[in-house]
Write a protein that binds this ligand. Structure first.
Ligand SMILES: [Zn+2]
Length: 242
């Protein structure tokens, strides 16, 4: 029997670490093969410290790739696929989209993850989600590369954006990541260009843990939780019992 799989689609090299590093580490421990697609290294838009140090574009990209690889290893990522398409702005040509479709079909994820659908601070993020939905749709089409295995209907979970309240992002799922918190923190600490975010995302996880407790029963049998991640799901669930 082959392992279950998951696919994270990240606009920039570090996004998967802050926003769903816990989900990655948790599912890796559960035996999932987790693939992370980084469409760019965030070299122009999310590497300010390196530019201030006078690094060249190639140096910035190499450093960001190294950080992403180190973080992926801490989280137990099975495969890190770097598309290297450039950021600010991230643009996918048709062939790039087909490459992502190929990856989705190859992975056959049980669930997918990407950014919030709205992000006025970072249009790469919301563009990425639009493209993720587009490529998910193409991967489901029997008429696209007939003969390949088409995609089922994996959920697309939107992970928590920065500046949460400005994004129209509303979580409907809280995941307890307490058992893998040390791995997420270690992965965050691989991101040396964004030291200011380490404690910020620790606080976010603690806040979400409170929501986990409240929604799992609160003062009447709620489950204790120290760190959590929130997600907004796009598609309905199909159930036999409520
Ligand atoms: Zn980003």
């Amino acid at each position: 029997m082959t392992n279950k799989t998951a696919l994270v689609i990240s606009a920039h090299a570090a996004d998967f670490v802050w926003r769903c590093g816990g989900a990655i580490a948790l599912h890796a421990e559960k035996g999932y093969d987790v693939t992370v697609a980084c469409l760019s290294f965030g070299e122009r838009g999310e590497s300010a410290r390196l530019w201030k140090e006078g690094k060249s574009l190639d140096e910035v990209k190499a450093i960001r790739r190294g950080e992403a690889e180190a973080a992926a290893e801490k989280l137990g990522v099975t495969r890190l696929e770097c598309f290297d398409l450039g950021d600010y702005s991230l643009v996918l040509e048709k062939e790039d989209k087909y490459r992502l479709v190929d990856l989705i079909r190859e992975v056959q994820p049980a669930f997918m993850m990407s950014h919030s659908q709205y992000d006025p601070y970072n249009t790469d993020h919301m563009y990425m989600t639009q493209v993720a939905l587009e490529c998910r749709m193409i991967a489901q089409a029997w008429g696209h590369n007939p003969g390949q295995k088409v995609l089922g209907a994996p959920q697309l979970y939107l992970f928590e954006p920065h500046q949460t309240e400005q994004m129209g992002w509303k979580p409907d799922t809280f995941l307890d990541i307490t058992p893998v918190w040390d791995k997420k923190r270690a992965a965050m600490e691989c991101m040396n260009g964004q030291v200011h975010l380490w404690d910020y995302y620790t606080r976010v996880a603690q806040q979400r843990a409170n929501h986990f407790k409240r929604n799992s029963g609160g003062m009447s049998g709620g489950r204790d939780c120290h760190y959590a991640e929130g997600f907004q799901s796009i598609f309905p669930r199909t159930v036999d019992e409520l």
